[in-house]
Each structure stands twice: as structure tokens, then as C-alpha cells.
Design a protein around this ligand. Sequence first.
Ligand SMILES: Nc1ncnc2c1ncn2[C@@H]1O[C@H](COP(=O)(O)OP(=O)(O)OP(=O)(O)O)[C@@H](O)[C@H]1O
Ligand SMILES: [Mg+2]
Length: 621
Amino acid sequence: MAVSPDKHTKRWIRPLPKQVINKIAAGEVVERPASVVKELVENSIDAGSDRIDIIIEKSGTKLIKIVDNGAGIEKDQMEIAFARHATSKISSFQDLDNLHSYGFRGEALPSIASVSRLRMVSRVADADSGYEIIFEGGVLKSLKPIAAAPGTVIEVENLFFNTPARRKFLKSESTESRHISRIATAMAIGRFDLAFSLNLNSRSIFSLPTGSSLRERVSGILAPNKKFVSVSFQSDKTTLEGFIGVPELAQNNRYGLYLFINNRFIYSATFSHALKAGYEELLPGGKFPIGTLLLTVDPAEIDVNVHPTKTEVRLSNEREIHDIIFRAVRDALRQDGIIPSFRAGHGFAGSRSSGDASRPRPGASSVIPGIGVNHPANTEFLSQLYRHPDNIEIGQPIAEPSGEHGTVRVDTHTGEIIEGPTTEPADHTGPSGGFRLVGRFADLYLLLQSGEDLYIVDQHTAHERVLYEQTLERVDRQSADSQQLLFPVQIELSPVQFAVFEDSTELLTICGFSAAAFGGRTVNINAVPALLSKKSPERLFGKIIDDIASLRKAGLDLKKAVAQSIACRAAVMSGDRLTDREATHLLDCLLQCDNKYSCPHGRPTFIKITRQDLDRQFGRE
Ligand SMILES: Nc1ncnc2c1ncn2[C@@H]1O[C@H](COP(=O)(O)OP(=O)(O)OP(=O)(O)O)[C@@H](O)[C@H]1O
Ligand SMILES: [Mg+2]
């Protein structure tokens, strides 16, 4: 270790040698082999190439070779390209606000050259020959003419050979390879119009032609033959386009997500948050969507000069962009219906406005015999279960509003039909818009048939979704039903629970709780939401507070956290047995939800197996 000079030693202030400065800069620009790939490919794109080949050996520690067919470099510019802050891309500070190239610092080549053995061969199209330049540890070794095709070839060998500490800190080969794959994929998506190939450790990872569309490129690289949903937005200043994978393609990590601003691959917490939020509850907590979003904004709105690797950007109107992305993604997923056959075949979505009076409206009927038979004390909850928000009120007969489908009334206490059709349709197809309950499994899954398709419904998640949306709606209308407790209960909360309670008292009240602090951390509960009136308030309240705390931690806003918790606690559980009518009607209610495909936690509410799927499984096709 170096010994510090004592204070009597004479100190000279002098500029550092060029190679040392470059090596220090390399510490910032060249973090790992993938950063070299990124810088070099960006240079190739800036040079106007339309074909870029990337060849990597030993995860980049042995060789990183980039071959392009771009403009090339003139002989007398070859050495200057490796001088620090030498760039052909900007010449004034103003240019920084109006960047149309990836490069602008003039740092990449000198930095890379200083920590490797670098050979570059370049030829401009109209020169008779190319030139070769070789550096070792930033020291120029040779510059001479050489026969070459137009364009540039760079070979970076033995990366970090002279910075052992950095070399040692490289992760495993597989990690470095993954970073390289990711960056190469990003470049190939960002410039989907160019031809790209990646050969990584002697394996061809992709080889993509010029002239692809964004959709072809994204699905070609990320998930061939899978469904991607188109996202787009346009205003005079901002455009957003992209393709995002359906929820089933979600992964446990963020690596399938490629975000760009003005063609620059970036990492932005705001950006990915907005994208994920757009999936609403379609994705469970730890899952991340795959796909890509390309945002184009006025270059004056962004500052890319935040981080030396240029992977972070600062946006002057971050909030606005967040909202644009969130909405565009949400609307795209909603519009697309995600499971397309729902829209096409059976008239679920949109059947209300189809004008087809012969087909009963999904969820319209409330014919529910047997209430109070399977769940003798549970009429309250069942009336919630079968309530369509705008036609049934707690404590009143469940009724279909009079209209084209006639009126059906059921007494919530006895479950008797008191008006309307008195005979149950033979196959339940009426009330459920084409569904027939064909079986149950494990007192949790309901098996329903519609046309040639089989639907397996998780009764808990499905019910949770229904109650969640109803609760949210009631919160918005401030009209939740409350059930006064005959005997108010007192419970003692932990300090953390009490803090959550104080935070959420107002919303809990809107949802139908009446609970107030009663000295210390004791809370007096006088009323609970009607949905929960059959549960033990002592146990329930603490659980709901805990749910809220953990959902908040996971980033959910308070309203959604409270609604989720109530819905989850009130929903039918595995083991609760529903009658046939209840089951088909649950599906009716579910299909009227804004987001029918998953529960608020992101678990699926049902899966569909087509006849074709089954036939295939049995080798009938
Ligand atoms: N593949 C290439 N084809 C043609 N010219 C190139 C190529 N690579 C580099 N150059 C030239 O060399 C110069 C220096 O490249 P370098 O990457 O060091 O800086 P930059 O791209 O201008 O800025 P940055 O450091 O932000 O990348 C470029 O400005 C460009 O003129
Ligand atoms: Mg560059």
C-alpha cells in the first residue's frame, strides 16, 4: 500500500498523464463488457450503418467485435477519434439540447482503448483503402493502411487486462453474458429498422433483417409467436408507441422490459412504474411485463447527461409522462380484451349494447333460488355477491330493473322468487349469457362450459374481483353499507397497527366501518361494512389493518389497499359450496367487471381451455 507522504514533502500540482485520465474516465463509462458493446454499437448507429454484427467471446472478456457498414473514419481522423473529448457529433453547448445522436462526449473510444487491446479497421466508402489502428492500454501501437470493406470493424480484446481490480469485480460469465444480451437486444429493438446479429460465446443469439416493423422485431426477439398488445399515444409534443406482452408472458424480473426515450435505451423507475401500473391488477406483485415502449419527446425536455453511461435520463415533465404511459398501457390492455375470444364468440364484452334482446344481458338476472339454504345465515353476503351495482341494494329484494328483459324479484331472506320467471332454465344458459355449470372441483374451482370452451373459475379470486370493484365504486360514491354491531367491540392495536389505523380511519369509515380511538391504542368498533357482518370483528379488524399496511408497503394507494383487503376478507373461500345458480351468477358478475381476468392481487380469476387445446393434448389433432 502507498505510504502517505509527510507534510514536509514537497507537493507538485501537475496534470495527469493522458492515459491515466482516460483510465479514470473508463471507470465511469466502461463498467463491464456490456457497456463496451453499448458504446460501440451506438457509434455504429451514429455512423449511419444499416447492418451491425456483434461477436462476443468469453462473455466479452476475451473479445468484443463489432462490424458495421457505416460511414467509416477518414485516415487523418483515426487517431483523433481516440483523443479525449474529440467528437464529430456536437460542436457547441447548444447542440446538447438538440441531440440527434447517441454519442456526444467523445469519451467512449479513448476510455475503452485505455483498458484493453483495441484494434480498429475503418474505411470510408470513397477511399481506396482502409486504415488500421491499434492501441494497447491506451498507448498507440500502430496506424497503417490495410485492405478493408467500407465501414468499421472494432475488436476489443482482453478487457480490463490492466485494471485487475475491475476485472476481478466482473460477475460470473453468465451474468456478463446476460447483460450483453440485454443491451444488444435493446439496441436491436431501439433501431428495429436495422439489421443486427449477435453471436455470443459461439452461439447465434439472433440474426435480424433490415426493414422490420417494431412489432416484428419485438415479438421476434422477445417471444416469437406470442401475443403483444399495441400501445400508442400521440400529442403535438409527445408520442408513445410500443408493444407489450399479454400478462401470461410476465416474468419474475425486469429483463424483458425495454424502455426508450428518443431512441435511447434507458432505465427509468418512473417509466417502468407507469408501465406496470397500467397492467392494473393483471400482474401479481413480483411479476414484470415484457415488451417495449418508445417515447419520443422534444429533445429540449430531457437531460441525458445525468449519468456517464447515459442510461438514466431526467425529464422536465416526468409526472405528465408517467400519466401518459399509465393511461396508454391501461387503455391498450382494456381495449384489447387480452383474451380475444371473449369479445368475439360469446357476447360478453359489449353485449349490453348489442341490442340483441333475445339474449339476456349478462348479470341481468338475479334468479337465485336457494339463498339461505346453503348459507343459512349469509343472505347479506350473498346479496352482495349477486348484486349488480346499479340494480340491487342491500336489504331490498334483489331485482332486475324493469326494461326489455322484464322484472325478476327474489326475496333476499327466503331466496324465493317473488316475481318473474318461476321455472329455472334447464341448462342455466339464460342468466349466464351462454354458460353452463358442468362441474366443480375441490370446492374451489367451478367448471363452466360455453360453446366449445371450458372455463375453470377460481371462486375465491373471482368473487374477490367482484367485491373489489364494487367496494371501490362505493367508496367513490361514498355509499358503502354499514352493519351496526349489537355489541361494540374493543381491540388493542400494536403501535404499527395503530399508526395505520390513524392513517386510514377516514377511508375505513367510508367503507362502512365505524371505529374510533378509545384512549391509548385501543379502538372501539361500533359498525363494520355489511359485506363483513358475518365475520368476527375482533379478529377481522386487526387483519384488515395488517393487510392495508402490507399493501401500502407494496406501493398501493390507500383506497385500493382498503378495498382489496375488504374484498379478500369477504370473498367466498375455498371450501364454501356454491349452488349452481350462485356459481353461474358469480360468473355473470365477474364478466361485468372492468378487469375480469384477475383478482386484485393479480391471480387469475379463470382460465379457458378450448376444445382444440384439449384435442391437441389428447393427440386428436
Ligand atoms: N463505428 C464508427 N464509424 C464511424 N465513426 C466512428 C465510429 N466509432 C467512432 N467514430 C468516430 O469517432 C468519434 C469518437 O467516438 P466516441 O465514441 O469516443 O465519441 P462520441 O461517440 O462522439 O461520444 P460518446 O463518448 O458520447 O460516445 C465519433 O464522434 C465518430 O466521429
Ligand atoms: Mg460514442
